[in-house]
Design a protein around this ligand. Structure first.
Ligand code: NAD
Length: 485
């Protein structure tokens, strides 16, 4: 085992869980046993919540301009340790070093945004009648929980950590049991940055501890990022217990390619989107709908896909179960009559025989009713469907229950606007394969890709992590009394 068994992080210390259950953490890169993750007990969670509640008294009363000083220092520490954090990310998740560097750079951008929060949460003040002022203030909620998936061991935790904590909350982080190592390092860096003990805590575990989080009376709000199946469970359970909840789910993102699209640029974007992070991004292109005559663009897509080599510029998928699931989708599509133009099944990387790799896969002549066209695959696979009109393409996109991202590739501004207005997705792109809005814009899908109000990052996250205090104030007797005061 490469690292000692993991501990929880409670009240500024790494503490051994009192559980007898744990899971191995295996690197998808080459099958190395990295460590063991404890499946924490309700007592572990309770200790973390108590520590966070205690810390909240002081942290919530610390002015926001002081609170963000921690994140200025944290940003510097992320920069200083970028290489080491990226190595850790690649080791536990399987993505390439370049992708991991980009992930840590995104953590830095998220932290920069949190540092700007004092300029955003200034509240409002108005003299509403003579001598009477109304004021609104953003007040932190209390102890909040963040439950995260395996595909971004550092970035998704950092979607929530800087904003929620800079806004005055104390946090319980529940990392993915598949990639639990990075969060411990994040805890160390936050402490080094000067975050008081108890403000940030890490409790490891699986479904059981997530249920305990949803039930714990000391937790005010739960944010969740993961599959739609679990997002629904978490959203129902947390809101049943009267907690505020924002639960982001899975995705099936459609790229609509018009015949006038610039072939080279389109092909590069399609392939980068479907194969980046081995297709394990909730913003990855998974389905492409080609409108009219696009054979020349599909040829270029295949050319680009063949440049993507497992173990070189393509990372591993998270585990054997995932590899088998992805390859089954490809085989099923083939058996149902689709044509596999580039086949990523049975990928092997020399010297990393125990790694779990799937090569880039391009499937043509997919029908909308095939499971490869409808379901989230979460692997480097693009399913191409063909239509005659943009309305038919939009009908396919609209019929999908998810709604994270959609993109159109065209040189026609009118067509682009038409698609932006009609795509049933929270994030839409024009000639962009991965239309992630960057800070200060907010990230969030629609339909079965998100449950709850607001978005998880950017300005919109302020509404989720705070509640409004409204005060109405009068000091001078000469202001008198009227119907409103
Ligand atoms: P997952 O839903 O299996 O797990 C997410 C978290 O939920 C983990 O911490 C896990 O321990 C916990 N969990 C698992 N099963 C549970 C259960 N039955 N009850 C309660 N908690 C449970 O997701 P994953 O496989 O780790 O991540 C991949 C998924 O996440 C994909 O569907 C992807 O699209 C989605 N995702 C979405 C976004 C987004 O922004 N919408 C971002 C990243 C990932």
């Amino acid at each position: 085992m490469k690292y000692p068994p993991l501990k929880n992080y409670i009240n500024g210390n790494f503490v051994t869980s009192n559980t007898s259950r744990c899971l191995p953490v295996i690197s998808p890169v080459d099958g190395t046993l990295l460590t063991e993750v404890p499946l924490s007990t309700n007592d572990d969670l309770h200790n973390a919540v108590e520590a966070a509640r205690e810390a909240f008294h002081t942290w919530s009363k610390t002015p926001i301009k002081e609170r963000v000083q921690v994140f200025f220092r944290y940003k510097y520490l992320l920069e200083k340790h970028l290489d080491e954090l990226a190595d850790l990310c690649s080791e536990e998740n399987g993505k390439t070093k370049g992708e991991s560097i980009a992930e840590i750079e995104k953590c830095i951008e998220l932290t920069e945004f949190a540092c700007s929060l004092p300029q955003i949460v200034t509240g409002e003040l108005l003299e509403v009648s003579k001598g009477v002022e109304c004021r609104t203030e953003h007040v932190p909620l209390g102890v909040v929980a963040s439950i995260v998936p395996f595909n971004f061991p550092s970035m998704v935790p950092n979607w929530t950590i800087p904003n929620a904590i800079a806004l005055g909350n104390c946090m319980i982080m529940k990392p993915s049991e598949k990639v639990p190592v990075s969060c411990g390092r994040i805890a160390e860096l936050l402490k080094e940055a000067g975050l008081p003990d108890g403000v940030f805590n890490v409790v490891h575990g699986d479904a059981e501890i997530v249920e305990a989080i949803c039930d714990h009376p000391g937790i005010e709000a739960v944010s969740f990022v993961g599959s739609t199946r679990v997002a629904k469970i978490v959203y129902q359970r947390a809101t049943h217990n009267y907690k505020r909840c924002l639960a982001l789910g899975g995705a099936k993102n459609h790229l609509m390619v018009m015949p006038d699209a610039i072939a080279g640029m389109t092909a590069q974007n399609v392939v980068a989107s479907m194969s980046g992070c081995a297709g394990q991004r909730c913003m990855a292109a998974s389905a492409m709908v080609g409108v009219g005559s696009i054979d020349h663009i599909i040829d270029r897509i295949c050319e680009e896909a063949r440049k993507i080599i497992p173990g070189k510029n393509l990372g591993a998928v998270i585990n054997k179960e995932s590899k088998d699931r992805i390859e089954k989708y490809i085989t099923d599509a083939e058996q149902q009559g689709a044509i596999i133009l580039v086949d990523g099944r049975n990928a092997k990387v020399n010297g990393k025989e125990n790694g779990t790799y799937v090569g880039p896969t391009v499937i043509d002549y997919v029908k909308p009713e095939m499971s490869v066209a409808k379901e989230e695959i979460f692997g480097p696979v693009i399913s191409i469907m063909r239509t005659n009109t943009v309305d038919e393409a939009l009908a396919i996109e609209n019929a999908n229950p998810y709604g994270n991202a959609a993109s159109v590739f065209t040189q026609n501004g009118g067509v682009a606007r038409y698609v932006i207005e009609r795509a049933s997705a929270g994030m839409v792109g024009v000639n962009i394969g991965v239309p992630v809005p960057r800070e200060p814009f907010s990230f969030g899908g629609w339909n079965e890709s998100k449950f709850g109000v607001g978005d998880i990052t950017g300005k919109s996250s302020v509404e989720f992590w705070t509640k409004l205090k409204k005060s109405t104030v009068k000091w001078n007797p000469e202001a008198g009394v009227n119907w409103m005061s």
